[in-house]
Design a protein around this ligand. Structure first.
Ligand SMILES: O=C(O)[C@@H](CO)OP(=O)(O)O
Length: 232
């Protein structure tokens, strides 16, 4: 492989993915299947001779654990790992912790589908008291509490991720480094939308499976080429 690459991986199945509950910023663990998916992602990358110079993930356990399992399979635990809240899952507001089926019954499938998959729709917001659980969380201590979201559309998620992509991650691509990002269903949908210039009306059709590496390479102007899923 001559050109440098960017690899995106959504964490393996979490226990709340399994239970079909809205998760967002809730810090849940991988399910047993999710742990296997994470190892499998590492094995597939190894088989295809991927090697990384630097890796990025969110501050949520399911992504950190997945990244760790991938690096272990690759025998690359020693590379730099940067953890940042900028790559956290989209904040799902009041939906966090609710069952997807019950939410459909309560609000109607059309509304819920918009919250889940459209670019601009913002799920119901947490009030300040409800958001204290994040404001008081040690992980977010350094953040100004006004920067902690109370709910995010995909658009707001992208707005949050973009400065980190442009100022911190992308400079590595410019330096021809191979970069691995392990993040979440919607934080990665937002990034893929940006990189692949997916239109707002097309984004509802993009979903990112757990544990399947997405491979990007770049042309000479550092424009991202069409991505593909690495499944074997
Ligand atoms: O619950 C979540 O945070 C996300 C990802 O698992 O769910 P959805 O696929 O509905 O956006």
């Amino acid at each position: 492989m001559e050109n440098n690459y960017l690899v995106l991986v959504r964490h393996g199945e979490s226990i709340w993915n399994k239970l079909e509950k809205f998760t967002g910023w809730t810090n849940v663990e991988l399910s047993d299947q999710g742990k296997t998916e994470a190892k499998q992602a590492g094995k597939i990358l190894k088989r295809n001779k991927f090697k990384f110079d630097i890796s990025y993930t969110s501050v949520l356990n399911r992504a950190i654990d997945t990244l760790w399992k991938i690096l272990k399979e690759l025998n690359q635990c020693w590379i730099p790992v940067k953890k940042t809240w900028y790559l956290n899952e989209r904040h799902y507001g009041k939906l966090q912790g609710l069952s997807k089926i019950e939410t459909n019954l309560k609000y109607g499938e059309k509304t819920v589908e918009k919250w889940r998959r459209s670019f601009t729709s913002i799920p119901p917001k947490l009030n300040t008291t409800e958001n204290l659980v994040f404001i008081n969380d040690e992980k977010y201590k350094k953040l100004n509490c006004h920067h902690i979201p109370v709910s995010e559309s995909l658009e707001l998620t992208l707005k949050r991720i973009l400065p980190y992509w442009k100022n911190i991650i992308f400079p590595n691509i410019k330096k021809k480094k191979n970069v691995l990002i392990v993040a979440h269903g919607n934080s990665l949908r937002a990034l893929v939308k940006y990189l692949s210039r997916i239109k707002n009306h097309e984004i509802p059709y993009l979903s990112i499976p757990t544990g399947i590496p997405i491979i990007y390479s770049f042309d000479k102007n550092l424009y991202p080429l069409k991505y593909y899923f690495l499944e074997k």
